[in-house]
Write a protein that binds this ligand. Structure first.
Ligand code: PLZ
Length: 451
């Protein structure tokens, strides 16, 4: 590995948490920042690089979250920083719809190149994952002339009106208990997911689980009325649910048979995270459209839809766009991030992370009895916590483990419909020693919490 770090890659805690400077910022925040946006960590970040987050009090944490799968190349990767510096010195914005520039075209070229399949493909750029998903649905509706969209149990697609409708989990995304952000967009339907750990019949195959979803679509909608199937090849917020083998291929085949646009939402799984450019590749499927964001631009807000040229070109001129979509600074960052992924073989790094971490999580599950399932792909790995001997979700232990890791300088994230999943999303450039140190901390905290 040739990764060079700007910051010292060491965990050090020098104050109680939050430290005095973070506490002062929290007080300022309290007065002016809307209560509806919350932060998992109580400390405020001053600097970040490689596998380390440094707070304003000088505490250095090991980052196993990457800002939710965004800073795969690190939070200040040299190629990203250089690309951004160069670009901001020239122009920060023209609006691609007003006066175009090369960066946008180059990012679309890169998207077409890395996305699976050797058919004619095109791409279009936006600002956020939710916006990419909204636009993929818009494209599918124009291309098919149909309106129904099918999403899955445990799916997450964003917080805008249409993507809230596509998202399965109510609180906190769609409202609370007795409060709602609705009414939600119509013509969204939900199909049953393949969730091996929580199947009533643990023997059910991926193909059978797909047939179950297909029966729902056929009976409730009729395949010929469906514009799009939207699915995360590995569900992210839902708890890193990997569907049983054969589930995705059968759904893709059904979509082909019925003229339905198969949209893989790879906002979280894309760009080397699972050990390949895209998670769809693990099952050999070629989605009609792929939504991308997060990891692609090394932390700058950039998203896109890439896929079959005839689908993207079905939309009339002027039908897609937005003021900032494909902002030149974000495009420069993406070109730097993608170059880093290639140069450092970050897919290989993701597979190596899995090799190191998965056996340790499995051993921990065997030793403690509080982990019902270990799953994921590449550097997207999770543990689902249950009450010993049952499949009853244990969200409480997860909150305790997150707090325990924080107090020892390790940042981890939760996930899951039941809030009982711990997910690991380390930056793909994290050093092996640092990763091992974080695993030592995590294991000790889990053992302690399991009692
Ligand atoms: N699709 C698969 O994972 C974003 C959201 C966290 P945006 N996931 C993290 C939160 O609580 O808001 C996500 C995703 C998948 C779409 C999105 C939405 O991407 O960039 O947050 O809009």
């Amino acid at each position: 590995m040739t990764i060079e770090y700007r910051l010292d890659q060491h965990r050090t805690l020098t104050t109680d948490l939050p430290g005095p400077r973070s506490a002062a910022l929290a007080a300022r925040r309290e007065r002016v920042v809307a209560a509806g946006v919350s932060s998992g960590q109580p400390f405020y970040v001053q600097d970040a690089d490689g596998g380390i987050l440094v707070d304003v009090d000088g505490n250095a944490f090991i980052d196993l979250g990457s800002g939710i799968a965004v800073t795969s190349v690190g939070a200040s990767a040299p190629a990203v920083v250089e690309g951004v510096r160069e670009q901001v010195g020239h122009f920060t914005h023209t609006c691609f719809m007003v006066a175009p520039y090369e960066g946008y075209v180059a990012v679309c070229e890169a998207l077409v190149e890395v996305s699976p399949g050797d058919h004619a493909q095109k791409a279009v750029l936006f600002n956020s994952g939710a916006e990419a998903v909204e636009n993929a649905v818009k494209i599918a509706r124009i291309a098919t002339g149909r309106s129904a969209v099918v999403a899955f149990d445990h799916g997450y697609h964003g917080r805008t009106n249409l993507t809230m409708a596509l998202t399965a989990k109510n609180a906190p995304y769609k409202g609370g208990d007795g409060t709602t952000f609705g009414p939600f967009a119509p013509e969204v339907y939900r199909a049953p997911m393949s969730y091996p750990f929580r199947e009533e019949n643990p023997q059910i195959t991926g193909h059978e689980a797909a047939e179950r979803a297909i029966r729902m679509m056929q009976s409730q909608l009729g395949g010929r009325n469906v514009a799009a199937i939207v699915i995360e090849p590995v569900q992210g917020e839902g708890g890193f649910i990997v569907p049983a083998p054969g589930f995705l291929p059968r759904l893709a085949e059904y979509a082909r048979e019925q003229g339905i646009v198969f949209i893989a939402d790879e906002v979280q799984t894309g760009f080397c995270r699972t050990g390949a450019w895209f998670a769809a590749e693990h099952e050999g499927i070629v989605p009609d459209l792929i939504t991308v964001a997060k990891g692609m631009a090394g932390g700058l807000p950039l998203a896109g839809v890439v896929g079959r040229a005839e689908l993207l070109d079905a939309v009339h001129g002027g039908g897609l766009g937005g003021t900032y979509g494909g902002n030149p600074v974000a495009c420069a960052a993406a070109l730097g991030a993608i170059a880093t992924m290639r140069q450092e073989d970050l897919s290989g790094r993701a597979r190596r992370i899995e090799e190191i971490v998965r056996p340790r999580l499995e051993a921990l599950a065997a030793q403690t009895g509080v982990i019902g399932d270990v799953r994921g792909r590449g550097a997207m790995l999770a543990m689902e916590f249950v009450r010993p001997g049952t499949r009853e979700p244990d969200a409480e232990i997860v909150q305790g483990i997150i707090a325990g890791c924080r107090s020892q300088g390790v940042v981890i994230l939760s996930a899951g419909t039941y809030g009982n999943v711990i997910r690991l999303l380390p930056p793909l450039v994290i050093g092996e020693d640092l990763l091992l140190e974080a695993m030592d901390v995590l294991e000790a905290v889990v053992r302690d919490a399991a009692g």
